[in-house]
Design a binder for this molecule. Structure first.
Ligand code: PGA
Length: 253
């Protein structure tokens, strides 16, 4: 069954004390979640064990790593492996965020390696894709996103795809205050689902959760989430403010 997911990507923000306060405030303000709806916190690594312990007893609230190594283990200074993430109590990992692609030169091939490491460690993957502004302006965005999916995911078999959630984040909307309109989001989400359908068939495509990300706020969340193929959100800035994050969680019917 297709899950509804609201994930908060803290990026490189908040101290341990601030993170703890935020998680406690969100949990305290949360209504009980139905079984098909999940809330996910993606804090920086230093805070993730603390957050895992805090959410431990709350149903359907989980923790994601923001990144994982493309290697299994060994002499890779500064890296954190998928196995370590799983072992620390985090069931999810984000892979392919545009900031990792752009600022840390993460190539499609490297992302495919990270995907393989994450699946080997039995993590659920939130795989991010999305086009830059010039691609949208040149109307190549559909092909751009389909290429991102093909290059880093299509080596997987159908069984492995069951562990993938897609987050569509148009780069021109991330942290800019510009949001894709509900119509633009729905159009791209349907395109992503059709692309997965063509490769993996109906059941995988139907059960795939596709999240929208990019300046999703309390004032636009409900309209985005009302779209047929939008199954939740990957929230950056607004996930750092407890009341805003709760409002976005509540906007997901
Ligand atoms: P934003 O970030 O909500 O601040 O635009 C979204 C993301 O990058 O995941």
């Amino acid at each position: 069954m297709r899950k509804k997911i609201i994930a908060g990507n803290w990026k490189m923000n908040l101290t341990i004390a601030e993170g703890k306060q935020l998680v406690q405030d969100v949990i305290n303000g949360l209504q009980a979640l139905p079984h098909h709806k999940e809330v996910v916190f993606a804090p920086p690594f230093l805070q993730s064990v603390m957050v895992s312990e805090l959410v431990n007893k709350t149903n359907n609230v989980f923790v994601a790593a923001q990144n994982c190594s493309a290697f299994a283990n060994g002499a890779y200074t500064g890296e954190i492996s998928a196995t370590m993430i799983k072992n620390a109590g985090m069931p999810y990992v984000l892979i392919g965020h545009s900031e990792r692609r752009d600022y840390f030169n993460e190539t499609p091939t490297l992302l495919a390696q990270k995907v393989d490491q994450a699946l080997a460690a039995r993590l659920q993957i939130i795989f991010c894709c999305g086009e830059p502004l010039n691609s949208r302006e040149q109307a190549t965005h559909n092909q751009f996103v389909a290429d991102q999916l093909r290059d880093s995911l299509f080596h997987l078999d159908a069984k492995a795809m069951e562990n993938i959630t897609i987050a569509y984040e148009p780069i021109w909307a991330i942290g800019t205050g510009l949001t894709a309109s509900a119509k633009q989001a729905q159009y791209m989400h349907a395109h992503i689902r059709a692309t997965i359908h063509a490769q993996y068939g109906e059941t995988i495509a139907k059960d795939l959760s596709i999240l929208y990300g990019g300046s999703c706020k309390p004032n636009n969340a409900a309209e985005l989430f009302a779209c047929e193929d939008v199954d939740g959100g990957l929230i950056g800035g607004a996930s750092l403010v407890a009341n805003d994050f709760i409002a976005i969680i509540n906007a997901m019917a």
